[in-house]
Write a protein that binds this ligand. Structure first.
Ligand code: BGC
Length: 462
């Protein structure tokens, strides 16, 4: 008979894993486009700007979803919103799988994007609110791990379903997303609402009952008291977006906005969404042959996210940011060089490109990947964490859309080498910015982080 501590640990892990299917769907539905694009291009004879528009449709939906997410999770509750996103994910998968025209596919992808935008906010929120205090960091990072696993699964599905003889191979790829949506839907039916939301609604007994299933026994009463205080404070500030513009919160606000600016302008998603097309530029000929190395990129992404999760609480956020981001810049320069010297390298261009992209993904997964989502959950005081995190999430989808919408046009205008070097140059600015702005949140309670801002402390002094 397991003791109640280990039973609670298993309950929490089970709840977090089921909820993190929301992260898996985020990864799946953003990654799946990469292997579908070469087929869509051939099937509907699409030009670069239509390809960019189709790729960006999901992101436009996500921008909108991230704007709505804060409000609807407060009004409807976290659980109902997670259930609703599962339904939209499912409907979107079926719609896009059977789309009869590029326009219909675009609208379908936009709808999926809406669910992604909401899920990218609601999933970590749900997990954080159901996690016992002492394990919150690792459980929140589980979400990033599931995003990368979702990307990998989408690449594997793309690869398995790609058939050079069938230009409509893309249909099965989008349809495959219906499966994790069903898992999320069925799983969430059995999961509880979060104690924090229940208590904020005045449903204290229900909230305490859920807490008793997950939180360490010695912390339950304290947690209930804190949640009551927080929701009273939050009620006072409700709707006061101006609160976040106060001078003492300028540092966390800038961190939430700029960490995602630099994350997206590293060019990560040109690789996540367009890698088969990039591999075709580098000399891989068939659609299927260009998807295979993408699967390897997806594996490296998952593997190094594990490494990062193991290191975040040991070596800390700042060293991972500085080392990972610097390595990522070297990989971008090398990616640019492999295209610049294409004539001299000949066939070797392909392998130089694959190698640079693997290096890039490894460094990204160790630094900017997990750090973006982790920091936005750590840097804001509790009473404005919802607003702060949704501004961060909005910033993520906005810059993501800008990069995805302009990438192929830029490649056409200045060539792939200069495009990747431009990302590298922006990265240099990012490393300098990070030196001054990335706080070392390792080992600090979230209350200590808040006190640091209140005292007027600088991010790097934490
Ligand atoms: C980013 C995504 C990206 C993914 C790659 C996430 O942290 O937010 O935009 O596609 O990492 O693993």
């Amino acid at each position: 008979m397991p003791d109640s501590g280990s039973r609670k640990r298993s309950t929490v892990l089970l709840i977090s894993t089921v909820a993190a299917t929301g992260g898996l769907l985020f990864g799946f539905d953003t990654g799946v486009i990469s292997g579908a694009l070469p087929f869509l291009r051939d099937h509907w004879k699409l030009d670069d700007s239509s390809i960019e528009a189709l790729t960006t449709a999901v992101l436009a939906g996500a921008v909108l979803g991230s704007l709505l997410s804060g409000r609807i999770t407060d009004v409807l509750g976290r659980k109902k919103v997670m259930l609703a996103t599962a339904v939209v994910f499912f409907a979107g998968a079926v719609w896009t799988g059977f789309a009869g025209s590029p326009a219909s596919l675009g609208w379908g992808r936009g709808t999926v994007g809406l669910a992604i935008g909401v899920a990218s906010f609601a999933t970590p929120l749900y997990i954080a609110e159901l996690s016992p205090t002492r394990r919150r960091g690792a459980l929140v990072s589980l979400n990033q791990l599931m995003i990368t696993i979702g990307i990998l699964v989408s690449y594997a599905a793309d690869y398995a379903l790609a058939n050079d003889a069938n230009p409509e191979s893309w249909r099965g790829m989008f349809l495959a997303g219906a499966l994790p949506a069903v898992v999320l839907l069925v799983g969430m039916v059995f999961l509880p609402e979060t104690p924090r939301w229940l208590i904020a609604q005045g449903r204290e007994a229900e909230g305490r009952a859920v807490l008793e299933r997950v939180e360490d026994a010695d912390l339950v009463e304290d947690a209930v008291r804190r949640m009551k205080e927080d929701s009273a404070a939050e009620a006072r500030y409700r709707g006061a977006w101006s609160e976040i513009l106060q001078p003492w919160l300028r540092a966390p606000l800038l961190i939430a906005i700029l960490i995602f600016f630099f994350q997206q302008f590293s060019g990560i998603n040109t690789i996540i969404y367009y890698s088969p097309i990039i591999f075709q530029m580098a000399g891989f000929v068939s659609n299927t042959a260009s998807i295979a190395p993408a699967v390897v990129v997806g594996c490296v992404n998952v593997l190094f996210t594990f490494v990062s999760i193991a290191l975040l609480d040991r070596v800390g956020r700042r060293p991972l940011f500085m080392v990972g981001f610097s390595g990522l810049i070297v990989a971008l320069v090398s990616l640019g060089l492999s295209f610049h010297f294409r004539a001299q390298l000949g066939d070797a261009t392909r392998w130089a490109t694959v190698g640079s992209m693997l290096l890039f993904c490894a460094f990204f997964a160790m630094s900017l990947g997990p750090l973006g989502w982790l920091l936005i959950s750590e840097v804001f005081p509790l009473r404005i964490r919802g607003v702060g995190a949704s501004i961060g999430s909005f910033s993520h989808w906005f810059w993501n859309a800008v990069v995805a919408y302009t990438f192929l046009t830029m490649v056409k205008a200045v060539g792939p080498a200069r495009t990747f070097w431009l990302f590298a140059a922006i990265g240099v600015v990012g490393v300098v910015w990070g030196y001054f702005f990335i706080p070392e949140t390792k080992g600090h309670s979230l209350e200590q982080v808040e006190e640091h801002w209140l005292k007027g402390g600088r991010p790097r002094e934490l």
